[in-house]
Structures are given as C-alpha cells and as structure tokens.
Design a protein around this ligand. Structure first.
Ligand SMILES: C[S@@+](CC[C@H](N)C(=O)[O-])C[C@H]1O[C@@H](n2cnc3c(N)ncnc32)[C@H](O)[C@@H]1O
Length: 253
C-alpha cells in the first residue's frame, strides 16, 4: 500500500480548472458520450482502463462467495465481465444516472448477461438501495467528477449499503506524483485525447472534459479522506502504474 501525499491537487493542470460539480452537467456529458464511450475508452486508455478494472476486482476477490454486487456509476456495464470472472455467483445491480449510458447497459445486459443485471437509473448519491443489502460495492472511473462534499456522501452511502464484513473497491485515474510523468500524462489527456476523439469521429470537447475533471481530482486524496472519514469502513489505498490510477478499497467493519 502506498500512502497518500497531500500535495496541492493541480499545480500543472490549472490552465483548465475543473468545472464545479453539477449533477445535471455530468449527466448530460455522459448522455452525449454514451455512443462513443466504449471504443474511446479502450482506444484512448491504451488498454489500461481494462487492465485496471481487472485489478479492481482482485481487491474484492477474497471475500468468500459474495452474491449481491453493486456496481456504482456503472456506465454501459464495462465492469460486468470482470465481476463475473471474479465472482461467478454475482447478482449484479448497476446504478448510473445517465439515461443514454443505461440504454447501452440494458443492451449489454440482454446480449451478454441474459438480462440478469438489475439496472437502476438513479443518482448514486441518493440511492434507493436498502441498508446492508450488498456484499460487495465496486466502481470504476466514476469518482473524479465529484467534489469533496459529494465524495463524503458517496463514502457514507457505501458504508450504509454494505453488510458488515462486505467489501468495496473504487478506482479512478489520478495525477502521478512524479513531475515528468505528470506532465506527460496531463499533456496526453489535454491534447492527444481530444485529437484522437476527432479521428475516431467523436466530439473533442467532451473528451477534453476528462482532463479538466482529472485536474480537480488530482491525486485522489480528497476521495481517500472521504472514505477514511467513515467510521464503519476500513480503507486501503493503492497506486497503480506510478499513480496514474488509484484504487480505494476495503471492507465494512
Ligand atoms: C467514466 S464513466 C465510467 C463507466 C464505467 N464504470 C467504466 O468502467 O467505464 C462514469 C459514469 O458515472 C456516471 N455518474 C456520474 N455521476 C453519477 C451519479 N451521481 N450517479 C450515478 N451515476 C453517475 C456517469 O453517467 C457515467 O456513466
């Protein structure tokens, strides 16, 4: 486990400051990105997005035979294959507030999962799940758009819906601590990703937002603090690929 540093979040990324959190803006952004999201995600992350999802699921793999799995900010269901690989008995419930992402998720559920995934189109911060109703909560790449109060709310929601002994794992892209790598990584997100979006027939403005949200999310320390502030959660933090992504995982005590 690597300890979190508290360096200021966006020394280098400041020219494109993060937008203030607005649920409607985020929902509309993902509604617009829904059609291109899958192919852009694989192509632009150079395969890392898939690799990190696999590593995410390893973090919840040692919990016996959990059945009820909550996938928060589930998008089009990109994490389900890994959930099933690690937890073949899983009953997956997926939550996302974007109608367009959910429409694609429904198609994926029917085509590849026999329609077994339960889909809930709702705000993860105001979820309808019952207290202690899940064995596992996972989430890939859904943290970076939240500000500090929303992160605290999300962490408290995770503590609420997990049964005692249940486990959770979140992952998102973060700014690496190494300055040279940080410059290269942010330049890639700021310039290359929007350019690639044009080449792949997507809207570069939408993919430029990735850089702006990462600017606000920094090294993820606010998210770590939010999870650690929950008395019912035991939290571990791991840096992946020199800090280009960070996982926050643990269990409900
Ligand atoms: C970057 S995508 C990640 C999708 C998927 N989990 C993956 O692994 O690629 C982030 C998703 O989070 C959803 N999202 C963001 N804020 C949300 C909220 N407050 N409640 C529910 N969904 C949210 C967006 O609609 C979007 O589909």
């Amino acid at each position: 486990m690597t300890e979190i540093s508290h360096r200021p979040a966006v020394a280098i990324a400041s020219p494109d400051a993060a937008p203030p959190y607005d649920a409607g803006d985020v929902r509309r952004l993902f509604d617009r990105m829904a059609t291109s999201y899958d192919r852009m995600n694989v192509a632009l992350s150079l395969g890392f997005a898939t690799l990190w999802r696999r590593q995410l699921l390893r973090l919840v793999g040692a919990t016996g035979s959990p059945r009820r799995v909550l996938d928060l900010m589930s998008g089009r269901g990109e994490t389900w294959t890994e959930i099933e690989r690690r937890l073949p008995q899983a009953e997956i419930t997926a939550v996302d507030f974007s109608a367009q992402m959910m429409a694609h998720a429904e198609t994926r559920s029917r085509a590849r999962f026999g329609g077994r995934v339960r889909l809930r189109q709702e705000d993860a911060l105001n979820g309808t799940a019952e207290r202690a109703s899940f064995d596992v909560v996972v989430s890939a790449y859904g943290l970076k758009t939240f500000d500090a109060p929303q992160l605290e709310r999300l962490a408290s929601e995770v503590a609420r819906v997990l049964r005692p002994g249940g486990s959770f794992a979140f992952i998102d892209v973060t700014e690496p601590a190494c300055r040279a790598l940080r410059i290269a990584y942010l330049a890639y997100l700021r310039w290359i990703v929007p350019l690639a979006a044009v080449l792949l027939l997507s809207d570069p403005a939408e993919y430029r937002m990735l850089h702006r949200y990462l600017a606000g999310f920094g090294d993820g320390s606010r998210a770590v603090e939010a999870f650690r502030s929950q008395p019912g959660l035991h939290v571990e933090v791991r840096r992946l690929f020199f800090g280009c992504a960070t996982s926050i995982s643990g269990r409900r005590t």
